[in-house]
Design a binder for this molecule. Structure first.
Ligand SMILES: [Zn+2]
Ligand SMILES: [Zn+2]
Length: 318
């Protein structure tokens, strides 16, 4: 299967300028996350119980790991491993339950940002260059509207998949059956913590990881000639399911493994390894079997990991 990198779905023409745009309020996104966050803050403390807290932790972990990190990001967006279609559908459905976007919307968001960051210059919005509060407002409540945006074209396999089309159309409603189930089983505390608190924490957490992982943190690699570098945010390695090893992700976007150095915990990778062990994942891409990204340069001495080149491969220049 052909490995897609983000920018292969984005088509710019001569008029497209990644800097020429305005950040505009996006009502649907803003009202969705605004309402979830308001309900989480006002009702969360009132309805806190041990079982509700446990439900929040388990449902967050499952939707972020199986869903967002492995299903949406590593499989759907980057094709970093192959798996049966039913497993891909299942994981992507769980990713939709994170409450950020549907499958098509998630790919579009990721690939547009990826494309913008690969240019020689990048709008502050696309590179998370604004301060914390402004970036929070921009990323959680607004969108960047370019004067001449590039075209976005999904590959036919995903565009014509009826399951993804259905989930895309109904992604906000996908919370409803779970909301009803949680309410019936555990009452208000399960509804509040299993839906409102979970969605607002996971979506806000996703933005926070994106914010810091483009600003500061560990760096083992530099990509020459692009507007944005990624950084490893060690503090979030566990709870981001490995997604916060973002310097590694910029270096090897097609890799199923994001925590590539010892000590970089990566639960998403462990899950893919488990799939592989039981015969559900094949053709798993890692820095060992991927061609180096153009412009990739190894930082010697960074993070004291210079002696710990992943898998002993020696393609990266230093
Ligand atoms: Zn990035
Ligand atoms: Zn990515």
């Amino acid at each position: 299967m052909k490995l897609m990198s983000g920018s292969e779905r984005i088509f710019a023409n001569d008029e497209t300028d990644p800097l020429d745009g305005k950040v505009r309020w996006c009502p649907s996104k803003s009202l969705w996350i605004g309402t979830m966050t308001f309900l989480a803050i006002t009702l969360g403390p009132v309805f806190l119980t041990w079982s509700a807290l446990l439900l929040f932790i388990v449902t967050s972990g499952v939707t972020l790991c199986f869903g967002h990190s492995v299903g949406m990001h590593r499989r759907l967006i980057h094709s970093s491993f192959d798996c049966p279609l039913w497993l891909e559908h299942f994981c992507v459905y769980l990713g939709t339950l994170v409450g950020m976007a549907g499958p098509h919307g998630m790919i579009r968001l990721h690939d547009f940002r990826d494309w913008a960051q690969r240019q020689s210059q990048c709008h502050d919005y696309s590179c998370h260059r604004s301060g914390l509060w402004r970036d929070a407002w921009w990323q959680l409540h607004c969108r960047l509207v370019l004067k001449h945006p590039p075209a976005f074209r999904l590959e036919p396999r995903l565009a014509n998949d009826r399951f993804y089309t259905f989930v895309e159309r109904t992604w906000m409603w996908q919370q409803l059956p779970w909301a009803i189930l949680f309410f019936v089983v555990g009452g208000w505390s399960w509804l509040v913590w299993g839906i409102f608190v979970r969605v607002s924490v996971c979506v806000t957490g996703h933005w926070l990881v994106g914010h810091f992982s483009h600003r500061r943190g560990g760096q083992s690699w530099i990509i020459d000639g692009v507007a944005a570098q990624g950084y490893n945010v060690r503090l979030a390695g566990l709870i981001s399911m490995g997604e916060s090893w973002h310097n590694n992700h910029h270096a090897f976007p097609g890799s199923a493994k994001m925590g590539i150095f010892p000590g970089q915990i990566d639960l998403g990778w462990w899950l893919i390894r488990t799939f592989e062990t039981i015969g559900l994942a094949t053709n798993v891409k890692t820095p060992d079997n991927l061609p180096p990204r153009p412009g990739l340069r190894r930082l010697v001495g960074a993070n004291n990991t210079e002696a710990l080149v992943p898998g002993g491969h020696s393609r990266a220049r230093s």
